[in-house]
Ligand binder design. Sequence first.
Ligand SMILES: [Zn+2]
Length: 417
Amino acid sequence: VNPDLLLLNASQVVTVDPDRATPQNPLGVLSGGAVAVEAGKIVWVGPSSHINPADYPGAQGVDLSGRIVTPGFVDSHTHPVFAGDRSDEFEERLQGVSYLEIARRGGGIQKTVNATRQASEEELYILTRQRLLTMLSFGVTTVEVKSGYGLDWASEEKSLRVLCRLRQELPMTLCVTYMGAHDIPREHKADPEAYIDQLCTDQLPRVARQNLAEFCDVFCEEGYFSVAQSRWILETARDLGLKLKLHAEEFTDLGGAALAGELRAVSADHLLHVSDAGIAAMKAGGVTAVLLPGTAFYLRLNYAPARKLLDAGIPVALATDFNPGSCMSENLQLVMTLACLNMGMTPAEVLQGVTFNGARAVDLHHDRGTIAVGKRADLNIFRACSYNELLYHFGINHLERTLIAGQPVSLHDFKVL
Ligand SMILES: [Zn+2]
């Protein structure tokens, strides 16, 4: 190997590499570890004592005493493209009005849809860019980003174009999801099937033809899209070459998890009310569970049964669900602490949830999510002596720096627009 960068003497290199994992060391942690990077890839991982920097005069050496290194974080479920303000709903909810009741009163997704339709593409671009940079500041190097606040073709296309532009401009990896089936738009409330028909015969084919998204997602929920309607949309998307995701069993046990399993979706997300049959179907279909404890926290709901999913052998990813209604936070580090305290996940399972299993949830685990030879050098360096410290000392940002494909990323390079 001929590295250009050597990270040395880290208190912990948290590899999350299954090949290094043991029951006593489930994350394959190397104490006093080192990582060598060459041309954006990880080329060597091991104890610092096994590498002599003098042998590699062309490499920049960085001493990471008192620091830990983790894979770059993957936030595998976010809704960052929207305009408007819903801070008034926060106070309504504090007074006891439910999320679904707020939606019935004309708030909720529909209010954001109106503002997003009215916003110019440039305004949406500026808003979305700032949110993604905030995520990056917390160590998110790969992020799944959904459309779904347009709900007509002009506004969905505008949202997807903003995401495609940001995918070119920002250093992080954006996995773009088309979610025209986020809600039935106001003008189609009387005839939802007409909207779904338009989605399947017009919007989805355009998304595929213009290569605007890699995934398709549906809000399968009472009052939104039924299981049959979700199946119609997802099967159409699959036939057009899109990968599948599904918002399933967030407020009720409708049967979305079983559908995700049957269609071998990449992920089923939320799952607060998932049944045993739904879990079995997900397991059979190789579906990753994406859990969003920030949303349960923010809406004061019961949490998803993470332990049951983990004990069934389903990979569990953790994500923010960043969105203006049910989780207005880009802070994935906070979500990690919530997962430990409220879903009974171990710190090791939580770290897996934002790295390797997060990468599974966006179908990038071949290249992201672990510190292993051959993977892309997306790495976070935290001011901490152990990964437990990230969870224990909560509500702050532990990140010192981020490398993406081996290159240091500085937020100072991205001016506020
Ligand atoms: Zn969502």
